[in-house]
Design a protein around this ligand. Sequence first.
Ligand code: SF4
Ligand code: SF4
Length: 253
Amino acid sequence: MPRSPRAARRAAKPGPPHDTASLRAAITAARLPGSPPQVTEQARALLLGWLDPSRTFADALRDLSSGEAARAIGLALLDRTPEPPGLDCKSGCAFCCILPGDDGGTVTAAEARTLHAALIPLQGTPDGTQWHPQACPALDPATRLCRAYAARPMICRTYVSRDVTACEAIAEGHAKPGTGTLPAQIITITVHALARAALHGTTPVHTYNLRAIATAALRGTPAPDALKSARHSPKSLDAERRRLARGLTRGAG
Ligand code: SF4
Ligand code: SF4
């Protein structure tokens, strides 16, 4: 019996990756509707470069799934990116640590575990919500300094502003130009989305709510339960990369 074109396409589609060569092929074939093509191709090239032959297939799967791959690629890019001139950012200036919206800030499992490990020794101490109800709990409410600075995720490392009054307005839910995100953030999120597309049917790739992870850590919740309670819905990763893409189109960053 002749196959329909759709059935033929399904039959021709490669199965889940089972070795490094098929993983490379899956990354090469992954599509991310709604992402700017130049961003997708830059992220794909960096991810294929990360997947060098010295890495075992099992290690690659683990690091793609956890977001270690996305973090390593994002941090390396951040290191190579010169700081934009004229920033208002300074220590103790924390409007960017107010996390409005339901997603609470998007982080990978690797970032969530690192942040959790940095905060759990501080359980029971006053947290950022004592300064502002929507502030990240990792913030020190007295000094407005991040108490997990070395462990902060990419979303925190890449948010910058030329106008602190814009940060304050945005924190209170009002749009105002002047803030932006360094390219390492959209590349990190795009690498993570490519990993998820390539591992479809093999290994889960999740994102997590930054505020929820910090809250759970400061309540003393063990990491596995904290991650379980802070896990985003699968749509959140796509929503975040589309939000960052809209920022690029508007020229923010
Ligand atoms: S992003 Fe805004 S609130 Fe955050 S440090 Fe920079 S100027 Fe201050
Ligand atoms: S982790 Fe630190 S830098 Fe990031 S939002 Fe929380 S307090 Fe701010």
